[in-house]
Design a protein around this ligand. Structure first.
Ligand SMILES: Cc1cc2nc3c(=O)[nH]c(=O)nc-3n(C[C@H](O)[C@H](O)[C@H](O)COP(=O)(O)OP(=O)(O)OC[C@H]3O[C@@H](n4cnc5c(N)ncnc54)[C@H](O)[C@@H]3O)c2cc1C
Length: 290
């Protein structure tokens, strides 16, 4: 089922994210964690794609296993910046042959060696190609409430986002953020710029001090004082930090739903216990009519 078709049910929904392993040797353990997350029956589940091709061949394998084992609809990620047209075209055929209808179309991070594909410069090139395939995919794209690090300013970033919407994106999922005001402000600005497709806010439960450094390095997200205080107070206790981080993320999600958001995406990072805790906290809220 396409994610856009799920939206017509007009209820509050949750999606989770898993990432495939880098090597065959750990495929089983990673897929077990991913299947445990899928067994919680989120409305759909994102399966990420390795930018440099590292984990790319396992994305589809994991997406198929999830659907076969749990019936949860997968959203298969696909990147293009390190790939040739032939590779991307082969992946699109594989995705279609596997019966996967939902694709997250991404550029991917620029490779460290600086060697980019001559065929793809931006995510919109991939979105155009997916549309041209004629396979009637439901296509997602990424967006950045705090601006993509390569963009000069938010105006430019939103202009690029509009090109993705015009190329045929059906929805956007956001980069993680820790202050909902950033999201509401971003939504106001993109609607003002004429972008009206659904936006799924991405929430990352931070459950350890170590994770904070990693997340800030990778995402360009800022940390509000409220979260810093919580980290200062509980960061040295694994159990307390985990509980505080889950509650913080839960509160963000409830506030988003309360303000009209239909789908919240949770960066569950192959951690079934975190996914389960968030879902438990929202058990009376998920599925509520809009
Ligand atoms: C929800 C989400 C999921 C992700 N999943 C993955 C994953 O599975 N695998 C992975 O490797 N990475 C993933 N990423 C990371 C992503 O690949 C990086 O953030 C990457 O640097 C940008 O990808 P993009 O698709 O947003 O690129 P783009 O949309 O191409 O944007 C990149 C930069 O180019 C600018 N730009 C875009 N289009 C144009 C244009 N037509 N003309 C001029 N400038 C333009 C943008 O403003 C931005 O500054 C994900 C990110 C998010 C938010």
């Amino acid at each position: 089922m396409k994610i856009t078709e799920m939206l017509t049910a007009s209820k509050q929904m949750l999606s989770f994210e898993v990432f495939p392993p880098k090597t065959e040797t750990v495929f089983r353990s990673v897929s077990e964690a991913a299947l445990q997350i899928a067994a919680l029956h989120p409305d759909f589940i994102s399966v990420t794609y390795g930018a440099g091709g590292g984990t790319s061949r396992y994305t589809l394998q994991l997406a198929k296993e999830i659907r076969e084992a749990t019936g949860v609809e997968p959203l298969a990620h696909l990147t293009c910046v390190s790939s040739s047209r032939e590779t991307v075209s082969a992946r699109i055929e594989e995705i279609h042959a596997a019966g996967i209808q939902n694709v997250m179309a991404l550029r991917g991070d620029l490779p460290k060696d600086g060697i980019c594909s001559k065929d793809y410069h931006h995510a919109c090139d991939l979105i155009t190609e997916l549309r041209a395939s004629g396979y009637d995919f439901c296509i997602g794209g990424a967006c950045y409430p705090e601006v993509h690090p390569e963009s000069v300013n938010q105006k430019e970033d939103i202009a690029s986002l509009r090109l993705k919407a015009e190329a045929g994106c059906d929805f956007f999922t956001t980069q993680m953020f820790f202050d909902n005001h950033l999201l509401f402000n971003f939504l106001y600005k993109i609607r003002e710029a004429g972008i009206f497709i659904p936006v799924f806010p991405g929430i990352m439960p931070i459950t350890s001090k170590k994770q904070v450094e990693q997340v800030l390095r990778l995402s360009n997200a800022s940390l509000p004082q409220r979260f810093r205080s919580l980290m200062d107070r509980y960061g040295d206790s694994d159990a307390a930090m985990r509980q505080a981080g889950i509650i913080y993320a839960t509160e963000q999600i409830i506030d988003l739903f309360a303000n009209g958001i239909q789908v919240v995406h949770v960066y569950t990072m192959n951690k079934p216990e975190i996914a389960a805790a968030i879902q438990h906290n929202l058990s009376q809220i998920i599925g509520m009519p809009l």
